[in-house]
Design a protein around this ligand. Sequence first.
Ligand code: AMP
Length: 283
Amino acid sequence: MILFSTIKETRSWLDQVRSDGKTIGFVPTMGALHEGHLNLVRRAKQENDICVGSVFVNPTQFNNKEDLEKYPRNLARDAGMLEENGCDLLFAPEVEEMYPDGGKNLLQLDFGPLGEVMEGKFRPGHFKGVATVVHKLFSITRPSQAYFGKKDYQQLAIIREMVRQMNLPVKIVPCETIREADGLAMSSRNQRLNPHERTLAPLIFQVLNSIRENQHKKPLTELISNGVATIEAHPGFSVEYLEAGHRDTLQPIDSLNFSNDGVLFIAAHLGKVRLIDNLELFS
Ligand code: AMP
């Protein structure tokens, strides 16, 4: 695996790959890699000639300074894991390489209602930062296909919308959420849970499953308020949102008949860590 930190080297290496007629599968990440990321990498390698990964903790998508500062970073470990899983090129730039003007006066994309609910509502500016960096990374790597996890369901919807609106020549490939044995969705932020919090964390996925199982037995509003109460019965565990949204528009669904295209979404704070998860009701 080759490692580049500059846009110039990455572009010229990939120009050669393309002129050899090879396809490129791309996996953007913020590092602190786990099986969720590696699953994307293996799939990208299987479905393309060349797999490109990126590791970049993107400051413009953080609206919480402490979250940005505490975000786990270990490039040497990440590089080893990427190489073992078939990645051919790792692009790992410094902040100055990606934002030479210090991130000022960036072009900003607006996603309308798609970007106003859930993560968009509770993390203002987050998706603008995500769209900016993913657009830059697509323009640097020019992949045939790019791989994203359903763990970040709204992010996936935003990226798809960006690709559609800007006619970007890349196919977005959604991949299933990878979980720990107890159901907790893998996340780089899980490392920051203390042992007690780690035992509590799977509750959010249990609550989503219980709502799904009971969806035809009780009103959704009741299931949701019971779910919130179950989680918040534990000190230090608080729900930011728990709602059902449409699989494509992500707009709230409140009727009982939502199982054809509904997805449950949750964000919760556990100690100092913010966890998100989701569960499709139609699969
Ligand atoms: P991140 O490094 O958290 O920005 O994530 C990089 C990519 O990995 C995104 O497409 C995420 O959706 C995906 N990802 C993160 N965690 C998981 C997981 N547990 N299962 C599947 N994909 C994941």
